[in-house]
Design a protein around this ligand. Sequence first.
Ligand SMILES: [Zn+2]
Length: 219
Amino acid sequence: MPALVKALCDTARFAVNGIFTETCIHCRKRVAEEGLLCYACSEKICINAAPPHRGIYPVYSAAEYSGALKSLFAAAKFSERYRALHMLSRYAEKSLGVFAAKDTLFVAMPSRRTFLKRLLSAAVGKDKVFFGAYRMLSMRDSNKILGEAERFRRIQESLMLSGKRLPQAERYVLCDDTLTTGATLNRAAWLLEKERQVPREKIVLWSLLYNQRQHEEVI
Ligand SMILES: [Zn+2]
């Protein structure tokens, strides 16, 4: 049965290639040498870019959501690729490092996936991150299809404090994986200020990636 033999050979070749070489997850052309990316793609990654700041709280991000970082983010968050998470956590660690010397509490935004939890645990240490401070009333509908005004309204209605007592800190860094309009993080900060009486100057917003396109949600 030559067809079967050929199929078996193809399968074997595919498996061997899969073990010994990997194609860059971004350009899908060159061999991946740096983590899951080829050198050319990984060299283009620009970290420590400042997000546009328009709200009342200071905003920090590790990098812009663009180029190879889009592929890395998707691999880490949706396919749970360990090496992608590892690379992103290095960027997060660098970016969050500026707060490390202070009496800082990193507060994670709620998420259906484990990505943010794993990222922050790897970047600053599990004991420095507070999980479960917030909850979303309904996270069934994707925000993707919503316009900006409707998205803001949804977040106003659905994001709330969980009721867990927050430890005292000199600085609260509210952390999310992506920031587009900033609606989630700004609402979270506002709740902390109004319902927990945390002084405004103690609150900082942080996202791993920020998206320049204001009217398009990342997820
Ligand atoms: Zn590449």
